[in-house]
Ligand binder design. Structure first.
Ligand code: PEP
Ligand code: MN
Length: 335
């Protein structure tokens, strides 16, 4: 809710209105123009205001009006449901988009081989991280800037778009320079400074769901990106923290169905992190697409046994065509 002040309202008028709002149990944040307070934004954790309360606010001196929307994510609600990124349409009613590549970019030759296989399977985006968030400080953390160059060059050779992850604000400019979709990893979904830094690059963002985030927190992180200037956000369901060690994470297909069908939002499913095991990639990809996913984001490596990160959840490159054909058949069967 936004309480607009009259243009001639003085600072003491704004303060009087604020005190009135606070007295109703409302938390206020000012909206200023040239240092003059023009409105009070009422924060979502405020007390509920009923119709009579709205009238009392409207009747206050110096109040010009009250905008009382109910959505906590108005920009997300207004965001287009289909985007074109790197000449590929992504979203509701469009062919499912295959995004694949290794977890980490390990060499020019490795990423070239992966790119060639992704393109041959009809994939549209090459994924690969130059910066890796690792659970252990001793894990491989990526080759940084040289890896970004290998990644972009390989993608360009095969006409693919690039998806790559940022793990800190320091990396944002370099990654945004080469990536068509800037990946915000699960560990960083709540890092609002990073979200704002990515948004400032005006590049589409791929927002992974944090392992313990509610759907609402995920939607609000997207709202934060849009409010800070990101042109578009694609959601990525990559599994939440479960209790069962038979899979690395619990792929939340229900959340995919909710985002895709109830909100109409573009969401892709990541079965590699969703399960942590290669043998579940095809069935989980199919399940995600059946639930409404606009794409799949899959780890695939020329030799997963040598991968520097996430080898057990990487598909063999030769299995990409069968995966792509399976998800397309699922989508067609349900069309
Ligand atoms: C990744 O995509 O390799 C990655 C680190 O994913 P997540 O943030 O989902 O763990
Ligand atoms: Mn990975």
């Amino acid at each position: 809710m936004i309480v607009l002040l009259e243009p001639q309202a003085l600072p003491e008028d704004a303060e009087r209105v604020r005190a009135f709002l606070v007295g109703m149990g409302l938390w206020c944040e000012s909206s200023s123009e040239n240092g003059i307070i023009r409105a009070w934004r009422i924060l979502p954790h405020s007390a509920h205001v009923d119709a009579a309360g709205l009238d009392r606010i409207r009747q206050q001196n110096s109040v010009a009006g009250v905008l009382a929307g109910t959505s906590k994510h108005p920009l997300l609600d207004a965001m287009p449901r289909v985007f074109t990124i790197h000449r590929t349409e992504i979203g509701r009613g469009k062919p499912v988009v295959v995004m694949a590549g290794p977890c980490s970019v390990e060499s020019a030759a490795q990423i070239d081989e992966a790119a060639s296989a992704v393109a041959a399977a009809g994939g549209r985006f090459l994924r690969g991280s130059a910066y890796k968030p690792r659970s252990s400080p001793y894990g491989f953390s990526g080759y940084g800037v040289p890896a970004l160059r290998w990644l972009r060059d390989a993608a360009d050779r095969y006409g693919l778009g690039v998806i790559s992850e940022v793990t800190s604000e320091n990396e944002v400019a370099a990654v945004a320079q080469v990536a068509d979709l800037v990946q915000i990893g699960a560990r960083h979904m709540h890092d609002f400074a990073l979200l704002r830094a990515v948004a400032a690059q005006q590049k589409p963002a791929l927002l992974k769901r944090a392992p313990a985030a509610t759907v609402e927190e995920w939607l609000l992180a997207a709202e934060c990106l849009l409010a800070a200037g990101a042109p578009s956000v694609i959601f990525c369901e990559r599994g939440i923290r479960g209790f069962d060690p038979s899979a690395r994470n619990l792929a939340d297909i229900g959340a995919v169905a909710l985002l895709a069908n109830v909100y109409g939002l573009p969401v892709v499913v990541d079965p590699s992190h969703g399960a942590g095991r290669r043998d579940l990639i095809v069935p989980l990809s199919c399940a995600g697409v059946a639930a409404g996913a606009a794409g799949i984001l899959v780890e695939a490596h020329p030799d997963p046994s040598l991968a520097q990160s996430d080898g057990p959840q990487a598909l063999l490159l030769r299995d990409l065509p069968a995966l792509a054909s399976s998800v397309h058949r699922v989508q067609q069967a349900l069309a």
